[in-house]
Write a protein that binds this ligand. Sequence first.
Ligand code: GDP
Length: 438
Amino acid sequence: MVLRTETPPVVTTEDKDLTGYVGFANLPNQVFRKSVKRGFEFSLMVVGASGLGKSTLINSLFLSSIYEDDKYPEGGCRLPQTVKVASSTTYLIEGGVSLKLTLVDTPGFGDAIDNTKCWKPILEHIDSKYEEYLIAEGHINRSTVPDHRIHCCLYFISPGHGLKPLDVEFMKQLHEKVNIVPVIGKADTLTPEETAEFKATVMEEIKKNDIKIYQFPMVDEEDEEEDTQDLQAQLPFAVVGSNTMLDINGKKMRGRMYPWGIAEVENPDHCDFISLRNLLIRTHMQDLKDVTNNTLYENYRCDKLAAVTSVSIDSKLAASNRNPLAQFEAEKKEHQDRMRTMKVGMEKVMEEKVAEKIEKMDEQRADLVRKHEQALKHLEKQRKDLEAKKKELADSLKQLEELHLASGVPISNSSSSLNSGMKDKSNSKKNKKSTKLF
Ligand code: GDP
C-alpha cells in the first residue's frame, strides 16, 4: 500500500505596487454612495426624571422641534406615576443625507414615590427590539432587516452632590443591554468648580459600582486619540439646553439669559453640549451602532441560544434516569414534538413563500395594468389626432368647394369636364390602337 502525504497549501501575502490604475481605490466611493442612497437609522433613548431638560436638549441637538412643547411623542401628556416607553420617528435631511431618527422617551421615570423596578419597562422595551431584530434575521428575505434596536441611552443625572440609588440601579440593570452615556442636565445651575467636583464624584461612583458606561473606541491616529481622551475626560457631559435663540450684539445663539449673565449652549467654556453633539452625531454614531450590533445584541443572541440549548440538555439528563419503556415513550413524544415543530416551521416558510409569490404576482399584475392603461391612452391620443386631421381635411375640402362656387364654375361641371376629358383621352388611345391594327 502506498501512503500519500499531502502538503497543505501555502498561503503567502505580500504587498505589491501596481503599475497602473486598476480602480478598486474607488471602493470607498461605492460604499459611500450606497450608504447615502439607503440613508441612516439611529435610535436614541432618553431617560431621567421629569424636568431635567431632556426634551429641550434633544431639540437643541437636532436643531428642530422634535418634541412639541410640553407634549411627549405620540401626543400623550406627561404621566408621572407609571413609567411609559414612547417612541417617535423623525426623518431629518441634511446635505442630501437622510437620517431616520427614532427617539425613545420614558415619561414618568423616577417620578413615583416608590421607584423600585421602574427600569423594568425600559429593559423590556430594549429586549423587545432585540427580539424583533432576531426574528427578522431569521426570515427568508433578509436584505432589509429594519433596525429598531436602541443604539444609545442618554441617562440624565440631576445636578447635585452624587448619584442617587435609582441612578445606580438603573445603570447596573441596563449597562449590559445598551450604550449608556451619562449626562448632567441643567448644568448652568452649577458653578464650574461644582461641576468639576460633581463629575469626579459621579465617575468615582460609576467605577465603584462596576457600571460599564459607553467606552470610546481605541484609535490609531494621534490627533483622534487626543479627541477621544478629551471626550473621555469630560464624562459625564454637563449640558445646558435651550429652545430660545438669543440676539447678543447681532450674534444669534442658543442660550439661557440670566440677570447675572448668559449660559451659551454651544460654548465649550459654558457646557459640554458641543462634545455631546459631536459624539452622538458627528464622530461616534457609527461606533455606537457597531457596539450595539457586535457586542450588546450578540450577548442577547447568545443568551437566547444558551437558554434553548440548556433546556434540551436538561431534558436529556432527565431521560437517562427513566426506565426503558418510559424513556421510549418520552423519546417518541419528543420526536413527535420535533416533527410538529418542523411541520409548523415548514408551513410558516411555505406561507411566507406563497405570500412572497403573491406579492410578486400582484406587482406584475399592477405593472401590466399600468402598461395596458398607457397603451390605451396612446391609442386614444392617436384617435384624437386622426380625427383632428380628418376635420382639417373636411374643412379644406369645404373651402375648395366654396372657392369653386365663388369663381362661378360648378364643381359637378368641372368634375364632369374632368371626367369627359379623361374619357376623350382613353377614346383617342383606343382609336390609336385600332388604327395600328388596320
Ligand atoms: P424634561 O421633562 O426632562 O423633558 O424637561 P424639559 O426639557 O421639558 O425642561 C423642563 C424645564 O426646564 C423647562 O422649563 C425648560 O425651559 C427648563 N430647562 C431645560 N433645559 C434647561 C437647562 O439646561 N438649564 C435650565 N436652567 N433650565 C432648563
